[in-house]
Write a protein that binds this ligand. Sequence first.
Ligand SMILES: [Zn+2]
Length: 293
Amino acid sequence: MQLSRLLPAKGLSRNFLMQMSFPVFTQASRAMRNNVFYGVMALLLTACAVSPTGRKQLLLMNNQQINTMGVQAFNQLKQTKPIDQDPRTNTYVQCVAGAITSQLGGSRSPWEVRVFQDKSANAFALPGGKIGVNTGLFQVARNPDQLAAVIGHEIGHVLANHSNERTSQQVMVQGGLAAVDAFYGAKLGASHDAVMQGLGLGAEYGVLMPYSRTQESEADIIGLELMARAGFDPRQSLQLWQNMAASGGGQPPEFLSTHPGYDTRMRDLQANMGKAMQLYQAAQAQGRRPNCS
Ligand SMILES: [Zn+2]
């Protein structure tokens, strides 16, 4: 797969829509073209959302659709990847993940957490409340706070609807007609592949395609706040990313290629550390001191 296909579509402007959709309708009447155009625009407007950091997003799937996709993907992974059954490892990861997900509130059902036997230092979270941690991650996330930094970051991707956003972009990029179908509530049909890739199931990358730099930065900021609220030391996120950078070429796709430059990531984390420390101290004062080992 070409990297360009993984990058977010920029500027979903009127011109972009004209290029994407209208060649398909060259035989259609002007009136029909206008109807389609304004229909797409109307649905685009209703599909616009704002991320937790205030960024505008294009979200074409509803929550139920994207959650179902996440659950299906996780079930597939559980059938194909060896699951680590070591009780100690599982208790440890459940402890860290549970402390973070307990801060999310709402009526969400408990998040399912699985540890996979895989040497790559990777982790992921999927819509529908699923978290996967590879055993290889423990080489770089060396204490509970650092593991919390990774899990917080991954849940940040979910909370900010990045799977939905990426899927929506894939649908827009890969097929004007399919996108129009999707807008009108028809089944996704031919754009199914685009949806699967957007969800992060590109076969070329195993589990997850890289997120964009913008999405990575957003997940960093959300993750930092989440770990701090849960009572984990947010300063350990800096050490985590240092460990990740030092691990060199073995970095998994989730943290590779489109991730923010190391210096940028550190600067952004440090810029948000003051607020995170306040949240951390408040959490500690309220007795949230996760004891995970
Ligand atoms: Zn990420």
